[in-house]
Design a protein around this ligand. Structure first.
Ligand code: PAF
Length: 281
């Protein structure tokens, strides 16, 4: 596996792959890799793609300096995992390189960025879209893969790619969970064993809502989710919502829908966690 720090070299690497007839798949990450990232790498390899993974802890998307400072960084461990997973190239740029000569843009992400994570994390999605644009600019992948755990992020990147005619195909893949149901996240590393057990309530709350989906009212399903969270000591709910599967806007009823999505964000100990599941009729 090739390790590339210089963005210009990433562009050359990608062009070389394409010249030899292979498509380039990119898995953008912020490192601290887990089985969810490796599932993206595996999916990226299918179909004979050459696979690049980027690791860059993007300061533009953190609206909390403490969260940025404490974000786990473990490049050597990640590198070993990627070697084993059959990744072809690791792009690990420095801030100065990836943003050289670049002025961040303001993207029109409305109304996707005005709900759920949007109000709680001002500027977050602008930061995500700006860095994804830079990663695409440097690596020029044919396809880029993202986890559905960050469902709103995925919808926003898809929206940016469509409205700005980015040539990259955006693919979303299902959330990978621990055996008990905890959605894998790099932030889980900061949970104590007791907090990890507490954090299982997020998935339970989603399942409580799923049990009423398309049977009770939307309000009843949301209440079931919120009550499940409220019953767990040490959890501070930010939101629990049921939304349209594509626009992520709140829905008042199930009319005309075969699917909806339940989404949750809650603070558990030092970490703010998010999760979501698709509700099917
Ligand atoms: O999901 C992530 O890890 C990040 O938000 C991303 C897409 C790599 C952009 O920094």
């Amino acid at each position: 596996m090739e390790l590339i720090v210089d963005p210009a070299r990433a562009t050359t690497w990608s062009a070389t792959q394409r010249r030899s007839g292979r498509k380039v798949a990119l898995v953008p990450t912020m490192g601290a890799l887990h089985a969810g990232h490796l599932a993206l790498v595996e999916a990226a390899r299918e179909g004979g793609n050459t696979v690049g993974v980027s690791i860059f802890v993007n300061p533009l998307q953190f609206n909390n300096a403490d969260d940025l400072a404490k974000y786990p960084r473990q490049l050597e461990q990640d590198r070993a995992l990627l070697e084993k997973a059959g990744c072809d190239m690791l792009f690990a740029p420095e801030k100065e390189g990836i943003f050289a000569g670049f002025t961040p843009q303001t993207y029109d992400l409305a109304p996707l960025d005005q709900v759920l994570e949007g109000p709680s994390r001002p500027g977050h999605f602008q930061g995500v879209v700006n860095v994804v644009e830079r990663l695409f600019f440097h690596v020029r992948p044919d396809v880029a893969l993202f986890g559905e755990k960050d469902r709103q992020q995925l919808a926003i990147i898809q929206h940016a790619a469509t409205t700005h005619h980015w040539p990259e195909r955006i693919v979303g893949l299902p959330t990978v969970r621990s055996a008990e149901g905890l959605a894998l996240s790099s932030r889980n590393q900061r949970l104590s064993p007791a907090e990890r057990t507490t954090a299982l309530v997020l998935y339970r709350s989603l399942q409580a809502a799923a049990a009423l989906a398309f049977k009770g009212t939307v309000t009843q399903a949301e209440e079931a989710g919120r009550n499940t969270l409220a019953a767990e000591p040490g959890v501070v709910t930010d939101y629990f919502a049921i939304a349209h599967p594509r626009t992520l806007q709140p829905i008042a009823d199930w009319n005309g829908l075969d699917e909806a999505v339940a989404l949750v964000a809650a603070q558990v100990g030092p970490v703010r966690l998010i999760d979501n599941i698709t509700l099917r009729r």
